[in-house]
Design a protein around this ligand. Structure first.
Ligand SMILES: NC(=O)c1ccc[n+]([C@@H]2O[C@H](COP(=O)([O-])OP(=O)(O)OC[C@H]3O[C@@H](n4cnc5c(N)ncnc54)[C@H](O)[C@@H]3O)[C@@H](O)[C@H]2O)c1
Length: 382
């Protein structure tokens, strides 16, 4: 039987510089040791969830290492030092204690070196570079999970981030997606999420155990691509929903956009990967994430401002002004989706996805989100 919670070591991060580990007990005891690669808004909330569980669950080492893309704060201090001193990510999640067993580490290689469970949670555009740095630095028996919403477009076609991780690092990679606006989970409001796994149900259950709390309910489905594509494509629909909000078109129009968007999400996912299951779209990662993102997420918010400005201020400008260092995913994903659609001759099958990109790059006005040309038959083909 696992010893009681109190018997686990109490940790004081101020005693442990980021370049050292708290102990090597992970390797010696066979307990799993978790490192989080990323420390933005969602990355910090993920640390909080995980850190509360590693303290309680006997099969995990207490310490959770969090790789931080180092920044110097206006005070002149390094973000990593402030996180380790205050136990808060003052830049991306102010006001929330992460857990004293979270150790911020600015050295990527050091942060991953003792881990056997890696959680990837950075904006997707940085993942290629991160994986390149990690090649040869990660053991082949390490298990990974990606919380990243986005895809890379390569010459051969679209590459999901979990696949990028698996291929570059030679490790298995699950995904976790869901209706998860980070700031709401940070204050412990009830939320659900979906783990997508490929074959190994046992490892999926381990991830479920690591993330689940009384306010964060996680379930697993055997459909990595379906879960990941839901999380990725809904950000494009959220841009469309934000445009409709900015144009003050009302709830019926927004609901229509969400319905068409969901239909395009499902059609494209199944065209890209025939293994994608219909039922996945009814999990938290599907319709629930679509709804929350179209009602409350950052993509919606910035797209609303874009439409209110008549498309005259670029998304890059608005992102810098409105998000204080946080990253928009929907606009870059719309571009990536557009590349896939045009490469495969599918543009006309996906009028909503195509139109979002054409609006974002200024080829069409924001009002085009509800006006499809004759060459883009709305709703007909997918
Ligand atoms: N925030 C949410 O509510 C939420 C919810 C679910 C999923 N996600 C997904 O999680 C992922 C991470 O988002 P987030 O909200 O944690 O991040 P964020 O947008 O809040 O923060 C940006 C992060 O990128 C880092 N960064 C900046 N430049 C970098 C570089 N050159 N290399 C590496 N890192 C760099 C910053 O330090 C910061 O940690 C995204 O894929 C996002 O779609 C976010």
């Amino acid at each position: 039987m696992a010893p009681p919670f109190e018997e686990k070591t109490s940790l004081d991060p101020s005693q442990t510089p980021p370049h050292q580990t708290l102990s090597n007990a992970g390797a010696v005891s066979g307990k799993s040791k978790v490192t989080i690669v990323g420390s933005g808004n969602w990355g910090s909330v993920a640390s909080k969830l995980i850190a509360s569980n590693t303290l309680k669950l006997h099969s995990f080492h207490d310490e959770v290492r969090m790789w931080v893309f180092e920044e110097t704060l206006p005070s002149g201090e390094k973000l990593t030092d402030v996180i380790n001193r205050t136990n808060e990510n003052v830049r991306y999640l102010p006001g929330i204690k992460l857990g004293k067993n979270v150790i911020a580490d600015p050295d990527l290689e050091n942060a991953v070196k003792d881990a056997n469970m890696l959680v990837f949670v950075t904006p997707h555009q940085f993942m290629d570079g991160i994986c390149n740095k990690l090649v040869g630095k990660v053991n082949k028996d390490v298990e990974a999970i990606s919380l990243i919403k986005g895809m890379e477009v390569k010459k051969e076609g679209p590459c999901m981030i979990s696949n990028l991780i698996s291929e570059q690092l030679g490790i298995n990679c699950c995904v976790l997606m869901g209706a998860n606006i980070a700031n709401e989970i940070a204050v412990e409001k009830l939320s659900e999420a979906t783990v997508g796994y490929r074959e190994n149900k046992e490892i999926a259950e381990k991830w479920v155990q690591l993330f689940t709390t009384p306010y964060f309910i996680v379930s697993a489905v055997q459909d990595v691509e379906g879960v990941e594509l839901c999380g990725t494509l809904k950000n494009v629909v959220a841009i469309a929903a934000g445009l409709v909000d900015g144009l003050e078109m009302g709830n019926n129009t927004k609901a229509a956009i969400m319905r068409i968007g969901l239909r395009e999400m499902k059609a494209l996912s199944k065209l890209l990967f025939s293994s994608v299951k219909d039922s996945t779209f009814f999990e938290s990662c599907g319709v629930a994430d679509l709804i929350t993102t179209c009602l409350g997420g950052r993509n919606r918010k910035v797209a609303e401002a874009f439409a209110k400005n008549g498309g005259k201020r670029s998304f890059d400008d608005l992102e810098a002004e409105m998000l204080q260092g946080q990253k928009l995913q929907g606009v870059s994903t719309a571009k990536e989706v557009y590349e896939v659609l045009s490469h495969r001759g599918w543009l006309e099958l996906f009028p909503l996805f195509a139109t979002v990109h054409e609006i974002a790059i200024g080829h069409l006005p924001p009002s085009a989100i509800v006006k499809y040309s004759e060459h883009k038959p709305m709703l007909s083909l997918v």
